[in-house]
Design a protein around this ligand. Structure first.
Ligand SMILES: N[C@@H](CCC(=O)N[C@@H](CS)C(=O)NCC(=O)O)C(=O)O
Length: 271
């Protein structure tokens, strides 16, 4: 039996925080899900599965209004909402389905705590662990800001205010990461930690904005994820590429980033 069950739309860089960590820590995770647009036809549950015709019948008790990143109706069981009070994916569950763990950073922490080896994924002592938490916290703030930007351009419009706020958020986050990497190979300690995993995942998530760059260009706005990042934050972007080439990142997070780059019209995103 897997150590942790995961349910999400796939691919999702945020769930890869858990899958990358699982590879580093020899933890077995059971990943279920489907393409984002297909998740409306899934039962959101600890035992997630495609909907049957009976599940879809009018008046079905699992019908819930989508809130973030989805539109229309989603089918979430009462048990799902009991375990996941915010009703979001990625969603993790203990093997018996009783304990729900939400927020991708916390899901990755759960995998790290289930580690079967001595990889210092969550630091070597209380100080390193807490410094890793610091990076996870700032990454969540960055993720919240970039999520608004991503969802806005996916919806084919963006306000100047949101663009300006995102630009500031990117500057703040990247400047901190750049400083942290001055004279260091990793964000914390001497090896890959949850801090690097989370940073890489949120950058790949942000890179997804590339798919809707025409919305920005039509509004006369420069895409916030482009080659400028490499010029302005060279240590951070080099670190990103190095992480994504690591064998624990390459199969999913690295592959997803390569897919985004492959669709870059000009190749201008290449590091
Ligand atoms: N900060 C959260 C973000 C989770 C989130 O916002 N998930 C959205 C999809 S992007 C969701 O599950 N929405 C469900 C709904 O609309 O009901 C994380 O990293 O896990």
């Amino acid at each position: 039996m897997a150590d942790l069950r995961l349910f999400s739309y796939l691919p999702n860089p945020r769930i890869n925080k858990a899958t990358v960590t699982a590879r580093l820590c020899d933890v077995e995770v059971d990943v279920r899900g489907a393409k984002p647009r297909e998740l409306v036809d899934w039962l959101w549950d600890a035992d997630a599965r495609p909907l049957t015709e009976a599940d879809k019948a009018p008046g079905s008790p699992t019908m819930r209004e989508a809130r973030t990143g989805f539109a229309g109706v989603l089918h979430k069981t009462d048990a799902f909402l009991e375990a996941h009070p915010f009703g979001t994916v990625p969603a993790a569950f203990s093997p018996d389905g009783q304990v729900g763990i939400f927020e991708s950073n916390s899901i990755a922490r759960a995998v790290a705590r289930l580690s079967k080896n001595d990889h210092p994924i969550y630091g070597r002592d209380a100080y390193e662990a807490s410094r890793i938490d610091s990076f996870l916290d700032v990454s969540l703030v960055f993720a919240r800001d970039t999520q608004k930007y991503l969802l806005s351009i996916a919806g084919k419009s963006i306000s100047q205010d949101l663009y300006d706020a995102t630009e500031k958020a990117v500057d703040t986050y990247m400047a901190g990461i750049e400083n942290a990497l001055d004279g260091r190979a990793y964000l914390v300690g001497e090896d890959v930690s949850l801090a690097d995993v989370c940073f890489a995942a949120e950058m790949v998530e942000f890179a997804l904005s590339h798919y809707n760059r025409s919305v920005l260009e039509e509004a006369g706005l420069a895409p916030l994820f482009d080659e400028n990042l490499k010029d302005r934050f060279p240590r951070s972007m080099t670190h990103l590429v190095r992480c994504l080439e690591h064998p624990a990142f390459a199969p999913d997070l690295g592959a997803h980033y390569a897919q985004i780059l492959a669709r870059a019209e000009t190749g201008s995103l290449r590091a």
